[in-house]
Design a binder for this molecule. Structure first.
Ligand SMILES: C[S@@+](CC[C@H](N)C(=O)[O-])C[C@H]1O[C@@H](n2cnc3c(N)ncnc32)[C@H](O)[C@@H]1O
Length: 272
């Protein structure tokens, strides 16, 4: 199935709060410190790739209830969400209908590894794969298969995964040095059997996976470098603290060593 669908009228052109560009907005005023860096990277890429303003073909693999898909559709792009969960897809359709975006967002039941059967090869401008590589059976195989849907020489992958280093530090700070040590050496980056995350990644391993899938890494950012460390009550109590945290999060996201200990790693890559 091709992700290309008839294009409904484009929405109005509010200024992009993240990129500062005038044009269709992605993300939005409610963008939090937990997602701001990803939206910022995506806003810049979309603005550059969609120079004509006709909208891009986007696939969100494991897109769930549309946290990214719905704002992208609202910005005028044609979005297909591929997700195995019928409940998530039902919630997606509800959100899309409520936003009068039903013609621009399509939900398809399936796995990341199924993309070659669900989406035409080489037809996609942007493939999102956020918080999904952690749960698939074979990340290398699934990513390589999925990369084939991207337009050769142009299509971009936005990949977001859990970072091993953050789990090591978090377990140590929580008073569990034995679990921190396990997360450090465990092949899947897990700290124990009670760990709710099936797999975490190291930045180097992630780069290798992306390269092996036929993609060139363009940018690597840390996501939630400090956002998870500051209690919400502190932000609520101090005027201006939330905005300051957002600014700090952005500043730290591309700077080692801060980037390298973020809760998640975000890779932007282009198909060769
Ligand atoms: C943690 S949620 C992330 C949702 C969304 N990508 C986001 O970042 O907000 C993980 C999603 O991946 C989906 N999922 C689980 N296994 C998958 C697979 N093998 N292929 C694709 N998606 C999968 C789940 O149904 C769920 O919607």
């Amino acid at each position: 199935m091709s992700p290309v669908q008839p294009r409904p009228p484009a929405p109005g052109p509010p200024a992009d709060p993240l990129s500062g560009r005038t044009g269709r907005r992605v993300g939005g005023p409610s963008t939090s410190a937990r997602t701001a860096v990803v939206w910022e990277v995506l806003s810049a890429v979309l603005a550059e790739a969609d120079a004509t303003g006709e909208g891009l073909d986007v696939v969100d693999a494991g897109g769930g209830s549309g946290g990214f898909a719905v704002p992208l559709a609202r910005a005028g792009h044609r979005v297909v969400v591929v997700d195995p969960s019928p409940d998530a897809l039902a919630a997606l359709q509800r959100r899309a209908s409520e936003g009068e975006l039903a013609g621009r967002v399509t939900g398809v039941q399936g796995d990341l590894a199924d993309l070659p059967e669900l989406v035409a090869p080489g037809a996609v401008d942007l493939l999102l794969c956020h918080s999904v590589l952690e749960v698939v059976d074979d990340p290398a195989e699934a990513l390589a298969a999925a990369a084939g849907v991207l337009r050769p020489g142009r299509g971009r992958l936005s990949l977001l995964v859990a970072n091993r280093a953050a789990a090591v530090l978090a377990r140590a700070l929580a008073g569990h040095p034995d679990e921190a040590a396990r997360a450090l050496t465990d092949p899947a980056g897990r700290w124990g059997t009670a760990d709710g995350v099936r797999r975490r990644f190291d930045a180097e391993h992630l780069r290798e996976l992306v390269a092996a899938a036929g993609l060139t890494v363009e940018q690597v950012h840390g996501v939630r470098v400090v956002a998870d460390l500051v209690p919400g009550a502190v932000l609520d109590a101090e005027p201006g603290a939330a905005a300051a945290l957002l600014a700090l999060e952005r500043a730290l996201s591309e700077r080692p060593p801060f980037r390298d200990v973020a809760t998640q790693l975000h890779v932007l890559a282009q198909r060769r």
